[in-house]
Ligand binder design. Sequence first.
Ligand code: ADP
Ligand code: PMV
Ligand code: MG
Length: 422
Amino acid sequence: MSFITSAPGKVIIFGEHSAVYNEPAVAASVSSLRAYTLVERLPGKSSIALNFPDIDFSHEWSHQEIDKLLNSEHGKKLISVAQGDTKNLNQELVDLLDADLLSNLKDSFHYHAAFCFLYLYICLCPSVTGVAFSVKSTLPIGAGLGSSASISVCLALAMLKLGGSITSADCLTENDKKLVNSWSFIGETCIHGTPSGIDNAVATYGNAVLFKREEDGSTDFKFLEFPQIPMILSYTKIPRTTKVLVNNVRELFNTFPDIVKPILGAMGNLALIGTALLEHLSENGEENYSKLLQLIRVNHGLLVSLGVSHPGLETIKSLSDTLGIGETKLTGAGGGGCSLTILKHGIQRKEIDDFKSTLETQYCYGTYETDLGGMGCSFVNVSDIAPNDADLIRNVFTNTESSREEIDNALLPSTSNITWIC
Ligand SMILES: Nc1ncnc2c1ncn2[C@@H]1O[C@H](COP(=O)(O)OP(=O)(O)O)[C@@H](O)[C@H]1O
Ligand SMILES: C[C@@](O)(CCOP(=O)(O)O)CC(=O)O
Ligand SMILES: [Mg+2]
């Protein structure tokens, strides 16, 4: 029964934060940055173990601890209600998990990851025991590239398979993906409170989407097709959490609704106009491309007005302005993390290298050049992997120090030997 699940990170091109307020937003998967979850039997044991080496956290719940919850009348009732609700967390179940299974973790940095894991486990495969889940990711964590959504998707897919809700062997059906998307939304809710659902949708389906959350909590999205856009992702390495930034915007909204609402509405319009430009990028000579760049600048300005930028992000923006290489906006929740620079046409390699090396040497920032779009969630059975490759993969999951290159060589769809099922 050993298998691995995988899901990509994402870049929000237009509409972070406004997406939470039911405005349209555009995002695409980041094909080369992904999370992976290895699911294996724990020989001779009946506990449930989680192993999150990227955040230096592992935990094991005994069968007895979990059974206490599963066998109590109150617990059973709450679980059955929670199993039928993929829009909201069941607060009574959350309180029960906090009091019993998460009490030692409540104030720790690891709490939200453990909570996400446990809530999904209790809803999706509570009778499965004697299993270990190990999560490894090449995404920077808390950086705006959707690491929380990609681990939520990996865990939801793994647990839906273990619980028997997903049985497909050769491909994931539309219904399978719908289930993964719904339950990973619940995982995102555990980690950041009030997600729009755009990150888990992109991590589930891959590609690029125009996304909108509706008043009733349902979501609507359409896949977009546009050519690769030359861009650089810059990573300030300044830590922040999406939960705090989303809460800060909520406070601003509550204080000045008449001011903040139109800003969010402008972001929504910008996403719609940006979509039309992306879909017709090569038409009208340079006109559509330069309008796209203008919208990137406007979107960043609006995000600054919401208070979600950071001096570190402004450093990147001002360097790209000084060098005249393109337009920069923060991407994801902001407050640190990553920015996205869309390059002007005709920029020379040397100019790009100067930009990158200044950020890397003067500020110790990281940079990524990656294509957008590509495969969403996927899985592979370990029995279908050649024994040598399977050993390499186990190493990657057990060695806390494994590098991005080692993880990519062992697991990345484009560079490993694995035939992922998606
Ligand atoms: N590889 C990972 N292992 C364990 N937890 C992770 C991992 N990646 C993400 N997380 C969880 O997601 C949180 C970060 O999510 P968030 O603040 O939304 O930032 P982002 O999604 O932009 O990376 C982490 O604090 C942790 O709880
Ligand atoms: C700020 C927001 O729009 C995106 C958050 O993305 P990330 O967690 O920073 O990668 C929140 C959301 O849409 O759920
Ligand atoms: Mg997140």
